[in-house]
Design a protein around this ligand. Structure first.
Ligand SMILES: [Fe+2]
Length: 436
């Protein structure tokens, strides 16, 4: 029996390795839902998904079904999707617009801020019944940065500002690319489930070591990956075909860095591409639109990309190359949902936004060339971890080589190492053992 005491939990994480039970044990999974997903700040939605009063989307954060809705006063609200009467899920549709939210079971209806408006047959209510006591529950805390809405279901704990910290720069890096300085996540979604633990996807976001191997089918004879951005003639040099098989990873790829900050967040450095040669009618028109808003110098600055993948631990990643926001939702120990939101740059020409989405279809849809490789790796890992003869998963690459980085105020290491994953397990320990 696993009681989840700090002592027991700490034994699962050793320097440079973690116990396989953190991926396979149902008791540990239950504790993760309670102590991580009900405590940490979690990405809930983006304000562009609910532009008008009454617009809503429904989703789940860990085990909590939520309604993300635009209230009559214009404010975004995160309400628990559960009727305060007998508990049915109130909104069943993935998205919609409503003046009021009415429960299918007994007809109770709620305002867009969750307050109870009407009870069917009110004459039957008990004498002590007061509508004020029966509003929809809300996330305990909510924070917003440039339209990104995060919630925490815990009253106490790190503030949203503390949680986000230096990761604001990673959000800025994406949002500043829009001529209007705003992004929109209203272009639909890719959604898939994989038979593996949620942490496999979270780890993978900052794992550059796997790319030359897992994604070998995405490179051409010269070792360059296919072009993934509008206007690029070729992709990143991932493999150096001149080297021997075991040393095939290109120096360009090996030169990548990863960075970590508090709370398990981190990012990998930009993918090196021929920026000066990037050109196409859609891209050139986009550059013009951006320069018209921010000036030529700032446009050049914005379009010199800094970040490849960024992780806001535990449930959100932002990809700078094939622009999207990815949300990770654990379902069981070995089942995880991933939702990919394409990013539209507000003020960019339609052809540019369309091109970005088309490229995202190629890299991160359920039938893509990149993400499907990872999903297969996750599935195989989950199968392999059933084996009981060896209990430990090794994460020791680059241990002791971490360096302080004063530019980003972060800790940095080669992206071919596993520092970022080790940092994720420090955050995992923090939430599982220490967070209020
Ligand atoms: Fe991958």
């Amino acid at each position: 029996m696993f009681d989840g005491t700090p002592d027991e939990i700490s034994k699962l994480i050793e320097p440079g390795r973690v116990h396989r039970r953190v991926y396979t044990d149902e008791d540990i999974f239950e504790l993760e839902m309670e102590r991580i997903f009900n405590r940490a700040w979690m990405f809930a939605g983006h304000t562009s998904q609910i532009p008008n009063i009454g617009d809503y989307i429904t989703t789940d954060i860990g085990r909590q079904p939520i309604i993300f809705i635009r209230h009559k006063d214009g404010s975004p609200q995160v309400l628990l999707n559960r009727c305060a009467h007998r508990g049915p899920k109130l909104c069943n549709d993935p998205c919609g617009n409503a003046r009021a939210l009415t429960c299918l079971y007994h007809g109770w209806s709620y305002d867009t801020d969750g307050s109870l408006i009407d009870v069917a047959m009110p004459e039957g209510s008990a004498p002590h019944f007061d509508k004020k006591d029966f509003g929809l529950a809300k996330a305990a805390r909510m924070g917003e940065y440039r339209g990104f809405i995060f919630v925490s279901f815990a009253e106490k704990g790190a503030s949203f500002d503390e949680f986000l910290g230096p990761m604001k720069a990673n959000i800025d890096d994406l949002v500043d690319r829009a001529p209007e300085g705003a992004i929109s996540l209203d272009a639909g979604i890719h959604r898939y489930f994989f038979r593996g633990n949620w942490k496999l996807q979270v780890e993978n976001v900052l794992d550059s070591y796997h790319v030359p191997f897992s994604h070998a089918s995405t490179v051409n004879k010269k070792g360059e990956q296919f072009s993934r951005r509008e206007g690029d003639k070729e992709g990143a040099q991932v493999i150096d075909e001149k080297k021997g098989k075991k040393e095939s990873t290109s120096d360009v790829w090996k030169g990548r860095r990863s960075y970590v900050v508090d709370f398990g967040h981190g990012w990998t450095s930009n993918t090196e591409l021929k920026e000066g040669e990037r050109s196409s009618p859609a891209y050139d028109a986009y550059k013009e639109a951006l320069a018209a808003k921010v000036g030529h110098e700032r446009m050049e600055e914005i379009l010199a990309p800094e970040f490849h993948n960024s992780l806001l631990y535990p449930n959100c990643s932002i990809m700078g190359l094939n622009m999207h926001v990815r949300v990770i939702r654990p379902v069981t120990t070995d089942l995880t949902e991933v939702t990919v939101y394409p990013v539209k740059l507000v003020g960019a020409p339609d052809e540019m936004n369309a091109a970005n989405i088309r490229l995202l279809n190629v890299t991160h849809s359920a039938a893509s060339f990149v993400q499907t490789d990872d999903l297969e790796a996750f599935r195989r890992t989950q199968v392999g971890l059933q084996s009981v003869q060896s209990d430990w998963i090794d994460l020791s690459r680059g241990m002791g080589e971490e360096q302080a980085d004063s530019h980003y105020n972060a800790t940095s290491e080669s992206a071919m190492h596993e520092m970022a994953i080790r940092a994720q397990y420090q955050a995992w320990l923090y939430y599982m053992c220490e967070a209020a």
